[in-house]
Ligand binder design. Structure first.
Ligand SMILES: [Zn+2]
Length: 126
């Protein structure tokens, strides 16, 4: 079992890729065991996600930069990033997630893909 290469994902099942140098392949999918060349893999990208935070009658916004293999995953990671409770105690709804037994609610307002180059600059100042 190789080490997981975080910046790539399986183009078939979005599984994690572990490095393997077997027969010239670059990596192997942990989930479906398929071998891939580097150019066949899906590269993870950055997304700038705006999250709306509801706490009782108060509302505020938070912007986060997350690396994910899809916009959908980026939204989930951004919401999880706000949560205080353990992941198994969260209550997921269609449009967001309840944290700490409903004390907080978070939802994604919008998100924008960000190039790796721009992300590097942003990460410097986060
Ligand atoms: Zn796979």
């Amino acid at each position: 079992m190789g080490k997981i290469i975080k910046s790539y994902f399986c183009p078939y099942c979005n599984g994690n890729i572990t490095n393997t140098l077997l027969e010239g392949y670059f990596g192997q999918c942990e989930a479906c065991d398929e071998d891939f060349l580097r150019i066949e893999l899906k590269e993870a990208g950055y997304h700038l996600v705006l999250v709306r935070i509801f706490a009782g009658e108060y509302e505020k916004h938070a912007r986060t930069l997350v690396k994910a293999n899809s916009a959908k995953e980026a939204h989930k990671l951004a919401l999880l990033g706000q949560c205080h409770a353990d992941p198994e105690d969260l209550q997921w709804e269609k449009d967001g997630v309840y944290d700490l037994h409903g004390e907080f609610f978070y939802k994604v307002v919008n998100s924008t893909p960000v190039s790796n180059k721009d992300a590097e600059v942003l990460l410097k100042y986060f």
